[in-house]
Design a protein around this ligand. Structure first.
Ligand SMILES: C[S@@+](CC[C@H](N)C(=O)[O-])C[C@H]1O[C@@H](n2cnc3c(N)ncnc32)[C@H](O)[C@@H]1O
Length: 457
């Protein structure tokens, strides 16, 4: 069933966020060409050395972890076991960064900001292996020190060795989230739900795909793809077996597209009538556009020209038709015309996707939320103008924050008496106050919010 690994869109860790949220896993970093890698392509690196270089690059450049990791794995082609180890070290130590740093700071003779990026990355992965992968102390320290030498930091081996040996047997207690987030969620969702969200954020997410209903059914795909399992909430989802998604049966044939289960629910919740003319105003990397294009005539726009190629490639692979244009959703050209439905899957804080994008925990600030809410307000205002009377405006965000979700929609409805919230009928999953709301938790989905609004006149 496996196909030889080929160059092409990797689709490893699910459909992802935006310019505000990190680019999807399948986006190659713009401008990178073979031979320009920061990862010394001439010689393959050990998993720990690769992890050190990846984490240091993310820290030094504020790049997104999934993008840097994908580029490094693509360049080095480690075998599946080593790739899994690199991924675990990078994601795990980023999730647990707060606890790791607290412990490192307690035994270091200098402030963490004064420690070179690659040395700090080595300390983090060393401590992570010890505490969260249960690697015995001597092995965790020994392998990390070897990796430090491998990346050319011979002078730092003594420091790393001594410091890792000074760490206690247990990590400091903590959830791996900044306190402001924990406080915010406790206020909004109560302590029990918050605890479940924190726990879910610290688990490695499954790789989930949406079946392409123009080419297959879920039962057919489950029968043809060993190890695949049906998702529990989305009726069109499958949890993919382990391995590179693009090497699995059905990728080349365009039978499915990687998309988190909650993101799939947005397309279903939208319940856009078959054959409708739809605008997807913030469309890249194209998961929801391709979903809607299975049954509708879709125009996909995004403000970032370099992301449009990805939408076109995915539509071609899946065999669905899309019209793709560069456009700013805040100033949609009148020439686009009016649509039966407009989807605004808006830039947001991405706090519903922290298991996939753990570095957002440390990058986001509380003040980002009102800033993004006001951007979303402007985009809603522009998008509503492109909805025909009688048509639908579907607003979605991959965040847990009410200011970007339900509060945003309530505000919009108050200032637009021509719109009303209209929950769809006949869904196979529950809604929340007529809206779609998923929270990270035992169901294993990202946190999403969506509203379906009808323009009455
Ligand atoms: C949440 S993502 C969309 C995900 C996409 N709908 C999917 O399902 O694959 C938001 C997208 O909005 C785009 N974006 C950000 N600001 C925009 C703007 N002012 N106009 C249009 N697109 C914008 C980003 O490039 C990003 O790709």
């Amino acid at each position: 069933m496996k196909k030889p690994r080929k160059k092409g869109p990797a689709a490893k860790k699910g459909a992802a966020p935006i310019s505000e949220r990190p680019p999807g896993p399948s986006s190659a970093p713009p401008g990178r060409q073979r031979g320009q890698s920061p990862f010394s392509p001439r010689r393959s690196q050990s998993p720990r050395a690769l992890a050190i270089n990846i984490l240091a690059r993310v820290r030094a450049t504020d790049a997104f972890l999934n993008v840097v990791l994908d580029a490094a794995l693509d360049e080095h082609r480690p075998d599946a076991r080593d790739a899994a180890l690199v991924t675990e070290l990078c994601y795990g130590s980023t999730r647990r960064q707060l606890q790791l740093d607290e412990a490192i700071a307690a035994v270091a003779d200098r402030k963490l900001e004064k420690i070179e990026d690659r040395v700090l990355a080595a300390l983090r992965i060393g401590a992570y292996q010890r505490w969260f992968m249960r690697v015995p102390v001597h092995a965790a320290v020994g392998a990390t020190v070897e990796a430090v030498k491998e990346v050319g930091l011979h002078r730092a081996t003594g420091f790393v060795n001594a410091l890792l040996r000074k760490l206690g047997d247990e990590p400091p207690k903590g959830s791996g989230h900044p306190q402001w987030m924990v406080d915010r969620w406790t206020r909004h969702f109560g302590p029990e739900k918050t605890a479940a969200m924190l726990e879910a954020d610290n688990l490695a997410p499954p790789v989930v795909a949406r079946i392409n209903s123009t080419r297959t059914t879920r039962d057919e795909l489950l029968a043809a793809l060993p190890g695949a399992k049906a998702t529990t909430v989305s009726p069109v989802g499958v949890v993919l077996p382990s391995g590179q998604p693009e090497e699995l049966y059905g990728f080349t044939e365009g039978l499915w597209q990687v998309q988190d289960e909650a993101a799939q629910l947005v397309g279903l919740y939208a319940s856009v009538p078959k054959g409708a003319r739809v605008l997807d105003a913030c469309a890249a990397p194209g998961g929801k556009s391709c979903h809607l294009a299975e049954t509708c005539s879709v125009v996909s726009t995004d403000v970032h020209a370099h992301k449009l190629t990805k939408i076109r490639q995915e539509a071609e692979r899946l065999g669905v038709k899309l019209e793709v244009h560069k456009a700013d959703a805040a100033k949609l050209p009148e020439a686009l015309g009016e649509f039966d439905a407009v989807l605004l899957d808006a830039p947001c804080s991405g706090l519903g996707t922290l298991r996939r994008h753990p570095e957002l925990r440390w990058r986001r600030r509380p003040e980002d939320i009102p800033r993004l809410a006001s951007l979303q307000r402007a985009l809603l205002e522009s998008c509503q103008q492109r909805v025909k009377p009688g048509g639908l405006l579907v607003y979605a965000v991959c965040t847990t924050e009410p200011e970007e979700g339900a509060d945003q929609v309530e505000l919009f409805l108050r200032s637009h008496p021509d719109f009303t919230a209209e929950a769809p009928q006949g869904l196979s999953f529950p809604t929340w106050q007529g809206y779609l709301r998923t929270l990270p938790g035992p169901e294993g989905m990202d946190g999403f919010f969506a509203a379906r609004l009808r323009k009455m006149y």
